[in-house]
Design a protein around this ligand. Structure first.
Ligand code: GMT
Length: 377
């Protein structure tokens, strides 16, 4: 039995799966008795109620008039070092390489080698930013200098090796869901307000970035709707949203597509869906598909990145090549046409989410990594 640790966590606090994973992990670690210090530019949106082992340190950026670009990265690195010294942190666990892993490396230079750095790679920090010539060398340095590096799928480990030429060990730590929050909810009353009893509900949840291929979501939906009554619920916001609005109008789908915007209670919202759609171009893991699985909702999506590690084709969903909207629509239709297969798949989803991607398992994996880097095996 090890002593509780003092852990600093840095993530993007206001958006995206990486921030969700980091915040939920911090909450779990605090529950397990560790002292967790979030070092971020604003309060992580999933932090929720006060907990005696959770602390928040806000990064303030200097806006001195000589700066064309306020140096957030330097302020973050300094804050990490200050908090590490004041609170006697054992380690910094940073989520998303840019700029967090680089800042943690700088903080470690200020504090000394006793402060360990664990970096979790989440996906686009490697698959998109890692390919940007202006960033790739500094990302490689931060990865090489971290005391441990984790990635959210085997595929992301492979991509990190191939795209950045990284040779060091990288631990696998999948995304996880808290089974106390994500389980099939009874949302029958709400469902009646949104769809007629004979209508299927398809859903897409994302940050509406080009990589999510929301246009494909509409094409899949239009195809399915030619075969059966259905509604499409779109959850989230992002740069492609107005384009998607336009496409919905041009396709004459205004009456059957509902824009729900950003939603806090994802477990409740996901339970409204019969099928989730995730036709992404790239996806290192696909946290939203796991959240759906845990609520008993199968996903139809693309067989790219880490998605096949999460969704077993034919057992917990269906996968097709990126852009093959016809095939994805066929899979949605097949799922909705066979009640027995649907029930089997929905049960398999809940089972797999609980067995393989459950919070206790993955939090324990991160703890093992922390103790290892601290020389406490
Ligand atoms: O999906 C996004 O665009 C957000 C992004 C993030 O960094 O927050 O998500 C990435 O990290 C998630 C948590 O590990 C993964 O579940 C997503 O698959 C991954 N997104 C991509 O690889 C595109």
């Amino acid at each position: 039995m090890h002593n509780p640790l003092k852990i600093g966590i840095t993530c993007y606090p206001t958006l995206g799966g990486s921030g969700v994973v980091a915040t939920e992990l911090g909450k779990l670690l605090a529950e397990k008795g560790h002292e967790v210090h979030f070092i971020t530019h604003s309060l992580p949106f999933r932090l929720g109620a006060f907990h005696r082992n959770l602390f928040y340190h806000e990064v303030e950026v200097s806006d001195y008039y000589v700066f064309k670009y306020p140096p957030y990265d330097l302020s973050l690195a300094s804050k990490m070092a200050q908090v590490a010294q004041m609170q006697n942190l054992d380690l910094l666990h940073v989520h998303y390489a840019v700029p967090h892993a680089i800042c943690a490396y700088l903080a470690k230079q200020m504090v000394g080698d006793r402060l360990k750095v664990v970096t979790t790679l989440h996906g686009t920090d490697i698959t998109i930013l890692g390919q940007d010539q202006s960033l790739s060398d500094i990302i490689r340095l931060a990865i090489d200098k971290s005391d441990a590096v984790t990635a959210v799928s085997m595929d992301l480990i492979k991509q990190t090796r191939e795209l950045l030429g990284i040779e060091r060990d990288i631990d696998l730590a999948y995304n996880f869901v808290d089974k106390r929050v994500y389980y099939p909810r009874d949302v029958a009353a709400w469902r009646r307000e949104i769809a007629n009893p004979d209508e299927a509900i398809l859903m897409h949840i994302s940050n509406f970035r080009p990589v999510k291929r929301v246009g494909d979501v509409l094409d899949i939906f239009a195809n399915v709707r030619r075969r059966r009554p259905a509604k499409l619920l779109l959850v989230g916001e992002g740069p492609e949203l107005s384009k998607v609005h336009c496409k919905v109008r041009n396709m004459g789908l205004e009456d059957s597509v509902v824009f729900l915007g950003k939603q806090d209670d994802v477990a409740q919202v996901i339970s409204l869906a019969d099928v989730l759609l995730l036709p992404s171009e790239k996806e290192s893991f696909g946290l939203v598909a796991l959240e759906g699985m845990a609520c008993g909702v199968p996903t139809v999506g693309s067989d790219t990145g880490g998605i096949p590690e999460l969704i077993t084709h034919g057992e917990t969903g269906f996968l097709a090549p990126v852009g093959d909207v016809e095939k994805m629509a066929d899979y949605v239709d097949a799922l909705l046409s066979d009640r027995d297969m649907y029930a089997r798949m929905s049960e398999a989803c809940v089972r797999r989410a609980r067995l393989t991607f459950c919070n206790d398992l993955i939090a324990a994996e991160y703890e093992r990594i922390y103790y290892r880097v601290l020389g406490l095996p």
